[in-house]
Write a protein that binds this ligand. Structure first.
Ligand code: AHM
Ligand code: MG
Length: 333
């Protein structure tokens, strides 16, 4: 049952029983994410005030410069999840390999692994534009009590038991699903409490917004070029509006509320696009489907893809169902 203005804490407890293997473990995990979100929110909000802006001077596994806040957000999420001993493994965009947290204590028979992008859209940090955290949760495949292996992380997105994001925007929101629809909670920063503000979020079936980095146009496959031309054509409810923040969480969030499509296609310079399957596309795809939207790599359902690598990239088309279907039609042609 969802009651508007319910706190996230109340919501988690009330809805715990609708989860298939309800032992309270997943609830504890969501609670830990809630806590880490508040800590990171605090850091993101004061970023302009203290000297934590700028690059940390290190390069992550994808060869990108890490911003100090990326590193900080990564630390906070990993610390919060590790200290509570509620997961057996964590994979992060900022870590080369997964972190195994197999407690020696027999009592800690943790079943879940978490994959996170601790601070997505980090090129927006320096210019005061919204960034986000994305998370994805699976039950491990290997037996409890043994160390987690790569196999536990390389599961197709359809196996996710929960997924969500935190958007550090004009207000901070935590939006998540456990496979029973999508609910959004807004943080009241004065008292540090998330309240249910957006119950049962739904993508409009179609929309008028397309979000893509059109600077890459010349490198896009013909199907994407044709779809963009279709979006711009004066006919019916078109031309559509172009909106691209360059922060997946923010672009997705806006499109879910207003109706739209987000695209990060492959290109002649990046054969699988840019976005990472495991901790960017899969969680967003589960949220999209749970909110009556659709997510595809242009040809097939994102959630059906069998991953082969932790930091694997995949082309991504996500948003209002009819718009994604239209983009797929152009890709096939
Ligand atoms: P990041 O994880 O390094 O921040 O990269 C992911 C981000 C997405 O949030 C965003 O949609 C995309 O990269 C923007 O990329 P581009 O600047 O190439 O358009
Ligand atoms: Mg990212």
């Amino acid at each position: 049952m969802t009651k508007k203005n319910q706190t996230l804490g109340e919501f988690i407890i009330e809805n715990q029983t609708e989860f298939e293997y309800s032992t309270g473990e997943l609830s504890k995990l969501i609670n830990a994410i809630r806590l880490a979100a508040k800590v990171v929110n605090h850091e993101v909000n004061k970023a302009g005030l203290v000297d934590i802006l700028g690059q940390a001077g290190e390069t992550n596994i994808q060869g990108e410069n890490q911003q100090k806040l990326d590193v900080l957000a990564n630390e906070k999420f990993i610390q919060t999840l590790t200290k509570r001993e509620i997961v057996c493994g964590i994979a992060s965009e900022e870590e080369d390999s997964f972190v195994s947290i197999n407690s020696q204590d027999e009592k800690h028979q943790n079943k879940y692994v978490v994959l996170i992008d601790p601070l997505d859209g980090s090129s927006n940090i320096d210019v005061n534009v919204s960034v986000g955290t994305i998370f994805s949760i699976y039950r491990r495949i290997t037996p409890v009590g043994t160390p987690v292996t790569l196999e536990d992380f390389l599961q197709p997105g359809k196996n996710q038991v929960a997924a969500g994001y935190i958007i550090y925007g004009t207000s901070t929101m935590l939006v998540y699903t456990t496979g029973h629809g999508v609910n959004g909670f807004t943080l009241n920063p004065a008292i540090g409490t998330f309240y249910l503000s957006h119950p049962n979020m739904q993508f409009p079936e179609t929309g008028k917004i397309y979000s893509v980095n059109e600077g890459n146009y010349v490198h896009f496959p013909q199907g994407v070029k044709d779809y963009i031309k279709y979006c711009q054509k004066e006919e019916g409810n078109r031309p559509y509006t172009s909106r691209y923040i360059g922060s997946l969480v923010s672009d997705f969030h806006r499109n879910m509320i207003k109706g739209g499509i987000y695209m990060y296609p492959k290109s002649s310079v990046a054969s699988n696009g840019k976005l990472r399957l495991l901790y960017e596309c899969n969680p967003m795809a589960l949220l999209a489907e749970q909110a009556s939207g659709k997510a595809s790599d242009g040809y097939q359902r994102i959630l059906d893809i069998q991953p082969t690598e932790l930091h694997q990239r995949v082309p991504f088309f996500c948003g209002s169902k009819k718009m994604v279907e239209k983009a797929e039609e152009f890709m096939k042609a």
